[in-house]
Ligand binder design. Structure first.
Ligand code: ADP
Ligand code: ZN
Length: 746
């Protein structure tokens, strides 16, 4: 057999090499190989396997690098499940399962050339002056990267090569691993003594891990656990000790966290525990901010079994840990676990499926479990573990709700800071404690209106109003990114009213108003506008941690998982913003957000206080969050879902048709609806609603219409949909998106 190889040297040409018998079966398209080239050996990538070659006098390849095949049967099985359940082609599913850099293997290990001294046989041969300079350096160092040697000697690689020709040194490639956390110094930690609730939860998990050892493989696989623990109840410590147990049984672990929680702080807690001792292992980190090279190296560290613990965002669920003992999905209720493009998989649900395939124990953890997961635990599908109180008996913060309608009556218009909130901030500033203020809307004002002619600044591409960003003097669309200069007069040529009004409130205005009300406070804002570079996020958080900031204002970015002992007050400016979304999960989202945000208060020695400002203060989502009553919230919410046949009491698939011509989109949506009606009998109990315009009717110049399907049997529906869609004839300029178990209904 002959391998056609593209060399890493930038020669735009391929060369053929014989595949020696010893490598038969190891070389496939995409394999990394080392081949002779002139007097040297170089790296390359196999692009094809052929029987004959136009080239004569073929040389044989010398080495196959990374001889493990990439798509293991297990990974294939998972990709098949995703393709079937989420109704997408297998190639699309495979694209997620194998990271691009690994699949294409363009990247490879980074190798650098290193010069090494060889034992000197006999006398030193005669050297030129330049060669002697190089020799003197390398003889002392024994080994140096070629590049450094060239720089130190102030010479060229050619001169170094002459020494190689004379047999004094060798120059060869050596792998240099890229480690994104290479410069951090990590102190090892020991397991903490658990409190009784933690110990009970851990005991259940370890018992399940022990049940999954090879001797019991004929038994049914372990149950998934749902770990419901309030913020600060010590869930992470339970995860760490469960991982230790899995490692002790010779099995690895995957820890999924939402991208936003993948702070160095989180990663460090895991690295620190497993950086020494008998269970020492590398901890690989996978997330979207890694360079292609870093991702490649992390992935292969896992594949080679050197990293037995993987911590990462959504796609880390596909990490090739083998054997896998434990999967942890922290903050399992987070919507970011759902991928927004095809394949539209939900990493939590994939985790449960993978757990079944790998016979691994799955632990879903959250302070505010999703209705789906809690429903599953109430049906006995998951085993429920509860950590009802904070570690060290720290109290949950006191939550006060302020009625903004009454405040508005007093102040002639809703204030940004009610009296109660303003006083609470003043008190914290005096005591040198810290404050977090939360508003889930960036920008300065949410709309520009002309009170005389009724003009509202709309995005030309999307059906939303433009947001005013004052610092940049721009009107911006938060959907498509369209920007235009902020006008000072009404833009309508017939009106030209100079008294235009900016209405609605965003984080920029909160920051600005704070500056006026508390001129001595050090205020910082954290939202996607202030985070321009990768390091900004770390820097703001570290400034806040070290006390260089008194008040941190932000969007949901500051709501999650962060831990600042000196924060004793959290203010929520408009708690009911998320209640008014056209989405059946609006109440659930609001409850989760309020609970998560309040969890930021009082994590140190001083008791925390949360002030929630709301226009609908008696809404159940707000009241249950105020009392830290998840069970109460669940009871009333599940009843509402039951009445309307919404998930988790059914499964949902959302079909969205998109196109530039609105009539054509509508017409096509009607056609799809008729086709679905005809196929109805094959999926019992199918509920079809729509078509109707999507809540976001137009986005990025495309009109959008939706059809919502609900069923008790999603797998059946997915299969049926796949064949139906293949038979439909949709106009070329209309696209159809199928989203199974959608979390975004917009
Ligand atoms: P969660 O993940 O539930 O929000 P963490 O695991 O972050 O909670 O725990 C909160 C804090 O309590 C951390 O600083 C952690 O080190 C500490 N902690 C956890 N368990 C214990 C324990 N058993 N004894 C003492 N401190 C603990
Ligand atoms: Zn737009």
């Amino acid at each position: 057999m002959i391998a056609r190889v593209r060399l890493d040297l930038a020669l735009r040409k391929e060369f053929d090499y014989l595949v020696p018998a010893e490598f038969a079966g190891q070389v496939e398209v995409g394999s990394r190989v080392k081949v002779p080239f002139g007097p040297r050996q170089v790296m390359g990538c196999v692009t094809a396997l052929v029987e004959t070659s136009p080239q004569t006098q073929l040389r044989a390849l010398v080495k196959v690098v990374g001889r493990q095949s990439l798509v293991t049967p297990r990974v294939m099985e998972l990709a098949r499940w995703i393709a079937e359940y989420y109704c997408c082609p297998l190639e699309i599913a495979l694209r997620s399962v194998l990271p691009d850099v690994v699949r294409k293997e363009q990247e490879g290990w980074r190798e650098r050339l290193v010069a090494r001294v060889l034992p000197l046989a006999g006398d030193l041969p005669k050297l030129t002056k330049r060669q002697t300079e190089v020799w003197n350096i390398i003889e002392e160092w024994r080994e140096l990267p070629l590049q450094e040697l060239v720089e130190l000697a102030g010479t060229t690689a050619e001169t170094v090569r002459r020494l190689e020709d004379k047999g004094l040194i060798t120059v060869g490639p050596q792998v240099a691993e890229r480690d994104p956390y290479a410069h951090e110094h990590i102190l090892p930690t020991q397991p903490l003594a658990l409190n009784p609730e933690q110990a009970a939860a851990l005991a259940r998990i370890t018992a399940a891990l022990d049940a999954g050892t090879p001797s019991t493989l004929h038994l049914p696989p372990a149950a998934t656990f749902l770990l419901h623990g309030v913020t600060g109840s010590g869930k992470t410590e339970v995860y760490l000790q469960a991982i230790a147990h899995a490692l002790g049984r010779g099995r690895g672990a995957i820890v999924l966290v939402p991208e936003i929680s993948l702070t160095p702080q989180t990663v460090e807690r895991f690295k620190a525990r497993f950086s020494s001792g008998p269970l020492q292992t590398l901890v690989a980190v996978l997330h979207s901010h890694l360079s292609a090279g870093e991702r490649h190296d992390e992935w292969h560290k896992i594949r080679q079994g050197r990293a037995r613990i993987v911590i990462g965002a959504r796609s880390a669920i596909f990490a090739p840990v083998d054997p896998l003992g434990l999967i942890i999905v922290d903050e399992e209720h987070e919507y970011s676990y759902k991928q927004a493009e095809a394949p539209r998989y939900h990493a939590r649900d994939v985790a449960v499926v993978r757990g079944r395939m790998d016979r691994a124990v799955v632990v879903l953890g959250s302070a505010t479990p999703s209705l789906e997961s809690f429903f599953n635990s109430s049906k006995g599908k998951y085993a429920l573990l509860t950590l009802p109180s904070r570690v060290d008996e720290k109290k949950m913060p006191v939550v006060r709700v302020v009625d903004l309608r009454q405040e508005a009556r007093k102040e002639k218009g809703p204030p940004i800071f009610s009296r109660k909130l303003a006083e609470a901030i003043t008190a914290r500033l005096e005591r040198r404690e810290q404050v977090m203020l939360f508003l889930n809307r960036r920008g300065y004002a949410t709309s520009l209106q002309c009170p005389r002619c009724g003009y509202v600044a709309q995005c030309p591409n999307c059906s939303v109003a433009l947001t005013y960003h004052r610092a940049r003097q721009k009107l911006c669309c938060h959907i498509c990114g369209h920007e235009t200069a902020a006008p000072t007069l009404c833009p309508d040529p017939k009106c030209r009213n100079p008294a235009i009004r900016y209405a609605g409130l965003g984080t920029e205005k909160v920051e600005d108003t704070l500056g006026r009300l508390f001129p001595h406070a050090r205020v910082r804002r954290m939202d996607s506008d202030t985070l321009k570079r990768k390091e900004d996020y770390r820097r703001i958080l570290s400034d806040f941690r070290t006390g260089k900031i008194d008040i941190l204002v932000g969007t949901q970015m500051i709501a999650k998982g962060l831990h600042f002992p000196n924060v004793t007050l959290v203010g929520i400016i408009y708690a009911d913003l998320s209640l008014h979304q056209p989405d059946f999960r609006a109440g659930e989202r609001t409850f989760q957000l309020l609970t998560q945000v309040s969890g930021r208060a009082g994590r140190g020695d001083v008791e925390g206080e949360v002030i929630v400002q709301a226009f609908t203060p008696f809404h159940p989502a707000i009241q249950f969050a105020r009392r830290h009553d998840f069970d109460g919230f669940y009871e009333q919410e599940i009843e509402f879902r039951q009445q309307l046949h919404y998930p988790p009491l059914s499964r949902m698939a959302l079909l969205t048709l998109r196109g530039r011509n609105e009539d054509k989109v509508k017409f096509t949506a009607d056609y799809v609806r008729r086709e679905l009606d005809q196929a109805r009998d094959s999926v019992p109990g199918l509920i079809v609603a729509g078509p109707g315009p999507a809540p976001l009717q137009r986005a990025e110049t495309y009109y959008r219409y939706q059809i919502m399907l609900r069923t008790g049997q999603m797998t059946k529906l997915s299969r049926r949909l796949a064949t139906l869609v293949a038979s439909w004839k949709l106009p070329e300029d209309i696209s159809l998106v199928i989203d199974v178990d959608p979390v975004d209904l917009m």
